[in-house]
Design a protein around this ligand. Structure first.
Ligand code: TXA
Ligand code: MG
Length: 362
């Protein structure tokens, strides 16, 4: 299959006539059962008609994703929610008012209109109204309901720039819309409103505290807080080791100077053993590291910058065939909870805590 690349100079939703026309055609591809990748404010999505079971099957095939892992249905107007869910609670209206359009996905009991192929066999449906103007326009032209997982091959970090969508999806889908770098860089927060109190199934830019200001008490799925809980995550996708770089990734936790010394010592040893070593660090300490590739992910004072660059860092290490990666540890408060959740998953939860492990620090 030939994959068309459509470039949109996103300008706060002001599209040229040619761009408008291209988005309209992309919408037609969706309506005819084809797949189009597109930018959202979180990560790039791989879109298909959410109400067409055949489109959902194609999405799973293009990603190489297990079909028990449900897709998020993207809408562009709040009223479009009514036909696809059984009930819209007061709570749902409240959080939609507060956070839509934006990086929040909400779980509802699904109506018969949504095929089980889209929901991975579940009787609930995940719905999100993105804020990215390209995404909104495409959803509108695509018929209103676009199923879209992140546009990466299963197991790779979600794409935050079109280059990585092209790498994973060329030849597998009809079109890729290149709208530049995304703003947030990590997938949306998922909240389940079918339970009481509501529960966060995946942390993201919209934090627990932000949700509690609107809803009162909100719980967090135990498996996000405790990797050893022995329970299955409530969002099926969270059970997979997503976001995995090819090289082995280890997170090093401790006082910054100790972390630098430890990583430099391990990097020297690994390099002597023939490894190609990479480091993920913050601006504040970047100059102190000695390894083959040192990548600065952002500033400790600006966690948005860390979120935006994390997946690209992981992808670049793959491009550079790095075989071992050490990462600094970041704070797990607020939006930091989402950053650490993704980093821990990428590392398969391998953490060296120098405060418990003075031996290792020598
Ligand atoms: O930011 C995002 O949400 C991006 C962009 C493209 O919108 N999409 C995204 O989709 O991250 P995906 O498929 O990579 O992740 C969807 C997650 C999976 O962990 C899946 O298991 C969960 O949402 N999910 C979907 N429907 C669900 C449901 N009915 N109940 C529980 N979890 C659900
Ligand atoms: Mg994904």
């Amino acid at each position: 299959m030939e994959t068309e690349i459509i470039i949109i100079q996103e300008n706060n939703g002001a599209f040229s006539d040619t761009e408008e026309q291209a988005l309209k055609q992309a919408g037609e591809i969706l309506q005819q059962g084809g797949l189009v990748a597109f930018p959202t404010e979180t990560v790039y999505g791989l879109g298909g008609d959410a109400l067409n079971p055949e489109s959902s099957r194609k999405i799973y095939a293009a990603k190489g994703r297990p079909s028990d892992n449900p897709l998020i249905v993207h809408i562009s107007k709040f009223e479009d929610i009514y036909p696809i869910v059984k009930e819209v609670s007061e709570e749902a209206v409240k959080i939609a008012k507060a956070f839509w359009p934006g990086p929040l996905t909400v779980i509802f009991p699904k109506s018969d209109k949504v095929p089980v192929e889209t929901t991975g066999g579940l009787d609930t449906v995940a719905v999100r109204m993105p804020s990215h103007p390209v995404a909104r326009k495409l959803i509108e032209y695509g018929g209103g309901y676009v199923a879209a997982p992140s546009a990466n091959s299963s197991g790779k970090p979600s794409p935050t720039v079109a280059k990585y969508v092209v790498e994973d999806m060329t030849g597998k889908i009809e079109a890729i819309i290149d709208g530049g770098e995304v703003g947030i860089g990590l997938e949306s927060t998922i909240i389940d409103l079918t339970v009481s109190p509501p529960q966060i199934l995946r942390p993201g830019f919209v934090t627990r505290q932000m949700l509690e200001e609107v809803l009162g008490q909100v719980d967090v799925d135990i498996t996000i807080l405790d990797a050893d809980s022995g329970q299955a995550p409530k969002a099926p996708g969270m059970k997979y080791r997503h976001y995995a770089p090819k090289g082995e990734l280890v997170i090093v936790k401790g006082e910054p100077e100790e972390v630098v010394a430890y990583i430099n010592a391990r990097a020297a040893k690994d390099a002597a053993a023939g490894e190609k070593v990479g480091v993920i660090c913050t601006e504040e300490y970047a100059a102190a590291y000695k390894a083959d590739t040192v990548k600065c992910v952002g500033s400790r004072l600006d966690e948005d910058s860390i979120a935006r660059h994390l997946y690209t860092c992981l992808r670049e290490f793959d491009d550079e065939n790095v075989t071992g990666i050490y990462s600094e540890c970041f704070t797990a408060e607020g939006f930091g909870q989402a950053i650490m959740n993704r980093l821990l998953k990428a590392a398969g939860h391998k953490v060296i805590d120098l405060s418990n492990n003075k031996e290792a620090a020598k």
